[in-house]
Every structure is written in C-alpha cells, then in structure tokens.
Design a protein. Structure first.
Ligand SMILES: Cc1ncc(C[n+]2csc(CCOP(=O)(O)OP(=O)(O)O)c2C)c(N)n1
Ligand SMILES: [Mg+2]
Lengths: 327, 340
C-alpha cells in the first residue's frame, strides 16, 4: 500500500494507461502546459509530449465532438472538462453523438471515450460553478457513469473507464483531489465498473452514497456508532450501471435505507434507488426510504447559505435516526 | 496553405465540363449517379406506400457532389455527413439491399433496423454516419481527421454539411481546431440553396459560404456541384493537398435538391419554374449522359441498358427490403453498450 491523493491517483491511472496503449491521449483546456486547471495532469506533458497531451481552446462543444469523432476513428480519448458545469455546452455531443451511436448503428460504431473532470460543489463559487450532474448522465442509456470517493477507486475505476469500449462519464470532486488514501502499489490495480463497495459494515441502517458524500456518510456513521446505531455505508462508485444487488443485499440485512447525494432531490439518484428498493425489496423495509440531498435551489454564495444547501454528516445522521424511529 | 488555396480555387474558377473527364470515369459516374437517383425514387415510392417511416431526406439533384468527391478518395479515408445520407452509403459501396432494408426498418438493414434513414453507418468502408443533429457531424468529422493525423497516416476525413448547418456555432469551433492543429479535413458544404424552407440569403449574413473558413486561415472555393467532373477535379486537387499535409480546406458545392426537404415537405417556398429550370438545364446525370453521347463513348442503347440494370438492382433492393423480417424482439436491448 502507498499513500496517494486522489489527484495523484487519477494522474497515475492516466499515465499507466497511456504507457500501455498508444491510442490513449488526453485533451482539454489547460491540461498540458498549465498541468491541469486542478493539476490533475501534472507531469503528463513532459512524459508524453504535445502529440498526446493536448491543450484545446475554450470550446467545449467543439472539442467534445472532436473527442467523440476521434473515438469513432478508433482512438481512446480522455477528454477533460475543466469542470462539468462547462460540459453543458457540449451536452449534444455527450448525449446524441456519444451515448446513442452504438445503438443507432446496430453495434457497428463503438465510441470508447472518457469525459472526466470535477463535478459538484467546490467552495464559494456560487450557482453556475456548483452543480452535481450525476443524475443527468445516469439517466442516459449508453453511458457508463462513475463517481468514485477514494484514491484507490479513482485510480482503478479510471483505468477501467479508459479500457472500456463505451463512452464513460467520470465524475470527480475538486474537494477530494487533495485528500490522501491508501492505494495498492500494484500498477494493475483495477476496479470493475458497476460494482459498489461496502465502505463500512453495519447491521442497522444502510446508507448509500457516492463521491464526496461517502466521506460525510462515514462521519455520520462514526457519530451514530456512539449512539448504538451501526450504519452500513455503501459506496456506489458507479451510477450506471448501478450495483442494485449490492444495495439490495445490504437492505436485506438492515431493512432500512438512507440515500445521500449532493445534487438536487427531484428525479435524483436517491429517487431512483428508492424506486428500485420499493420495486424489489418492498417487503424488507421497516421504514420508508429517506433521501438526503442538496437543497432544491441554485447554490448561493454566502458561506452560511452555502452550508445550509449542502448535505453534511449531521443531516445524514438525522435521516438515519428518522428511519430508526429514534428522532 | 497558400498552395492549397490555389489548388482549391483553380477547381472553382475553371469549371470542368463533364466532357473533360476520362471516359471510363464519366461512364462510371453516370452509372453511379443513376443508381443514387433510382434508389431515391424507389425509396420515395416505398415511403408513399407507408413502408418507410419517419423522416426521409432524398438526395435527388445532388448526386454529382457525393460521386465526384468519393472518386477522389481511397481506402482508409473517412467520410461523415448529416441525415441526408442514403447516397453517401451507396457511393461508399454498401449494397442497395442493406440501405433499403434499413429504411424499411428490417433486421437486414445496415443498422439492423435501429437507425433508419438518418442513421446509416459503414465504418468498414470509411463511412461514419448518418447524424441527425444539424452541424454535429462537423466536430465529429474533425475528430476523424484528428485520428488520422494522430496515427501519422496520410488518410483524410471528408466532412459534409449543409448550407443551413454552416450557421452552427460548433462548425466554427471545429474550423478553428482543424486549422490550429492542421488536421487533414476536407469540409464539403452541400449548398443546395435551402435549409428546409429557408433560403441561404435569409439565414446567412454573407452567402459566400466558402469564405467561412477565412477567419481561421482555411482556404475555400466554390464548385459547380451539378457537374460531376468539376466536383471530381476540385476534390482530387483538394485531397492531394490534404495528403501532403497542407491542412484543412473548404469546398462549397453549389447544388440543388429537386424534392422537398423531407418526404413531408411540398416545397411551397420556391417556384416550380426554379426547380424545373435546374432540372432541365443543370441536371448532373443529364450532363453526363450528353457528354458520353457527344463524345461517342456510348450510344443511347448502351445507356438505356445501364438504366435497366440499375432499375433491376433497385427493384431487387425494394423487394428485399419488404420481405426481410423485422428485427427480432430480443434485439431491442442489444448494442446499448458494448461488451468489453
Ligand atoms: C440542431 C438541429 N436543429 C434543427 C434540426 C431540424 N432540421 C433538420 S434538417 C434542417 C435543415 C438543415 O439544412 P441544411 O443544413 O441546409 O441541409 P439540407 O437539409 O439542405 O441537406 C433542420 C432545421 C436538427 N435536426 N438539428
Ligand atoms: Mg441545404
């Protein structure tokens, strides 16, 4: 095991895959000379040169389309969005060109492209720079959607994403980039797409979360353990395909479920999981599923209002107590 | 780049007449263009019979464009376009049966009945679709050119789009990157004068669309897109420059569609006279026929025989497309994602 930040893990994943496969390249705004707007691509230009680490103009629709076209042409592009907020300008290519072409072509034309970058709220950047797009992409058949929490998962899942023959949306989180985790030293550390992980085992309540919210859920679980409530934290890791079996297996044990996401509640990931559990495990539930999410409003700037918008450990703990009828 | 400019402009400035083409090439062009036209006429019939659904955009009138350009290409080059794509499939060599069976939504169709008229693909023949969102194919085509350059090959990407699509913002984003990175992309505007019912002058502040690359240093030229020899000559010169690494180039093919935008369009935004004048005076197939006859490369009987052969191919495709089974229900969930 080695200690790596999420930032380093992502960089290592790209570097290893670029060493292994000459068809893999990175493009995006500021990925080369500037070493990445958030320094995720640190050192890649030096190692791989301008032919494979490519600064683009600020032209999301254009370079997203070029990335998809290059994938149609047989390459394996990694396209970085400075943040996913700016991917909205490229949405047509993400949905209509990337996600649907394999199906529309009757299987003739795969699109092995990875779109990655920070997603969700950073700190104090207000509404246009603070949004979680997880449910937007997870909605679309044809996509793989990944949102890791730990550095090990970031590395192993990004490697899987690059090798996957499908388009992959890889949602990172700016606030996690600097966080350190233990990562297996083995260069071939792979994590399969579509498999959740038990981040903390427990018997009383299942909390299903992804990305930065896994950390918040673990904090809440620690607090609740002191109150005699044993929380099982499921790190979803992939949102499409969603590991329904992992969620159901945990709920079978705990009979209670809380979902956590940073994004808006309406038509969100929590709503989807609640429907899944109602559909396939209705009889196992001892309480209605509780959803914890970001508040249903554009992100405000003021520190106190921003804090009131984002779900934290306290809100998660409250929801857990509620489904245990302890509040 | 300057040389590329000269090459392209020479194609536009001195329009070749069909007669200037090698006899065998002209012969082949006549036959191919006739196939495209008869195929579309048959598709129109099947549409009228309710056998083809949804949108169906015919290429009738524009045949010289795709034919002349294709003749300048070789194996490994890539081609991409919008939804008006039947002709691009046929000229790439896809059997008429596969294209027609896709239009009727059958399992034997090119896209197994999943794509329909607007979403035809033949990547093994260098054809990458068949895209329904106006203008989206332009960055995609630049991406195909990017892949060629990345692999240090001398292959090129031909990216077709309409006069209407030329107003899309992403086209300019794609122009910029194609020029910035000197990608081997031949942009071909199929200027058929209309985007649905909107004439070019009503949508473009400046209707010289071939000048649209100027801000990016992309040379452009205008070509008589009703003359297959002029198209071929301009495309050949353009492709030579592209293979030599001259960077992207823009050709505006002046052409015309005889039919409505799609099958549901009665085309009331233009006069009958305008259409019939084009048909009578400029038709690409008629020009090729006349050139073959005038030069004594063929006689009426030989040309009629070609038409009979083409009709047989098209009738066979139509029969096949009606008899072929619909996709099996189990195929509904196939190819949503690729298996690793
Ligand atoms: C982004 C987008 N907007 C609108 C449409 C609807 N639409 C389909 S074809 C078309 C006209 C395009 O005209 P042009 O680019 O000149 O190509 P042509 O049909 O003449 O070949 C329009 C508006 C679309 N498919 N995509
Ligand atoms: Mg048009």
């Amino acid at each position: 095991m080695v200690q790596l930040t999420v930032r380093e893990a992502l960089r290592d994943a790209m570097a290893e895959e670029m060493r292994a496969d000459p068809d893999v390249f990175l493009m995006g705004e500021e990925v080369a000379e500037y070493q990445g707007a958030y320094k995720v691509s640190q050192g890649l230009l030096d190692e791989f040169g301008v032919g494979r680490v490519i600064d683009t103009p600020i032209t999301e629709a254009g370079f997203a389309g070029i990335g998809v076209g290059a994938a149609m042409g047989g390459l394996k592009p990694i396209v970085e969005f400075m943040t996913f907020n700016f991917a909205m300008q490229a949405m047509d290519h993400l949905i209509n060109s990337a996600a649907k072409t394999l199906y529309m072509s009757g299987g003739l034309l795969p699109v092995p492209v990875v779109f990655r970058g920070p997603n969700g709220a950073a700190a104090r950047v207000a509404a246009q720079h603070s949004q979680c797009y997880a449910s937007w992409f997870a909605h679309v058949p044809g996509w793989r959607v990944i949102a890791p929490y730990s550095a090990g998962d970031a590395k192993g899942l990004l490697k899987s994403a690059i090798r996957d023959p499908n388009p992959v949306v890889f949602l990172e989180n700016e606030l996690l980039y600097g966080q350190s985790f233990e990562v297996p030293a083995d260069g071939e550390h792979m994590v399969p797409i579509g498999k959740a992980a038990v981040a903390r085992a427990g018997s009383d309540v299942t909390v299903a979360a992804f990305s930065i919210m896994v950390g918040r859920a673990l904090e809440a679980a620690e607090t609740l353990a002191g109150e005699g409530i044993e929380v099982e934290v499921i790190d979803l890791r992939s949102l499409r395909p969603l590991d329904a079996d992992a969620v159901l297996a945990s709920v079978e044990k705990t009979n209670r479920l809380v979902t956590v996401e940073e994004g808006w509640p309406f038509a969100g990931i929590g709503a989807e999981i609640a429907a899944l559990v109602m559909d396939r495990a209705f009889d196992m539930l001892d309480a209605p599923v509780a959803r914890v999410s970001g508040a249903d409003l554009p992100m405000p700037y003021a520190a106190n209002l921003e804090a009131a918008t984002l779900p934290g450990a306290a809100a998660i703990a409250d929801a857990v107590r509620r489904v245990c009828y302890r509040s | 780049m300057a040389t590329a400019k000269k090459r392209a402009r020479s194609g536009a400035a001195a329009p070749a007449r069909a007669a200037a083409m090698e006899p065998e090439t002209l012969h082949r062009a006549f036959r191919d263009m006739l196939l495209l036209r008869r195929f579309e006429e048959k598709a129109s019939q099947l549409y009228g019979m309710g056998l083809i659904g949804g949108f169906c955009h015919l290429y009738i009138g524009q045949e010289a464009v795709v034919t002349g350009v294709q003749y300048a290409l070789g194996p490994g080059d890539s081609v991409i376009t919008g939804y008006r794509c039947h002709a691009h499939m046929l000229i790439a060599g896809v059997p008429a049966r596969e294209v027609m069976a896709e239009l009727t939504g059958r399992a034997a169709g090119a896209s197994k009945g999943k794509g329909g008229s607007m979403h035809l693909f033949a990547p093994e023949r260098g054809f990458y679709g068949g895209h329904g969102i106006v203008g989206a194919q332009v960055p995609l085509g630049v991406g195909l050119g990017f892949a060629h350059k990345y692999r240090a090959s001398d292959r090129i990407s031909v990216t077709y789009f309409g006069d209407g699509a030329a107003n899309q913002g992403q086209v300019f984003e794609a122009f910029n990157m194609a020029a910035l990175w000197q990608l081997p992309v031949l942009f071909v505007i199929e200027n058929n004068q209309y985007a649905m019912g909107t004439a070019v002058e009503r949508s473009a502040a400046v209707s010289e669309l071939h000048e649209r690359g100027a801000a990016f240093g992309i040379p452009g030229g205008r070509v008589d897109g009703m003359d297959v020899a002029a198209v071929f000559q301009a495309a050949e010169e353009a492709v030579a420059g592209l293979r030599a690494g001259d960077g992207p180039l823009l050709l505006e093919m002046m052409t015309y569609r005889y039919r409505g935008h799609s099958m549901s369009d009665p085309a009331k935004y233009r006069s009958r006279e305008e259409v019939s004048k084009m048909r009578q005076e400029r038709d690409a197939i008629e020009q090729a026929r006349q050139a073959l006859l005038d030069a004594g490369h063929a006689d009426e009987d030989a040309l009629k025989e070609i038409d009979r052969e083409i009709k047989a191919i098209v009738n066979d495709a139509a029969a096949f497309a009606q008899e072929a089974p619909e996709p099996a229900p189990v195929s509904l969930e196939a190819d949503i994602v690729a298996r690793a």
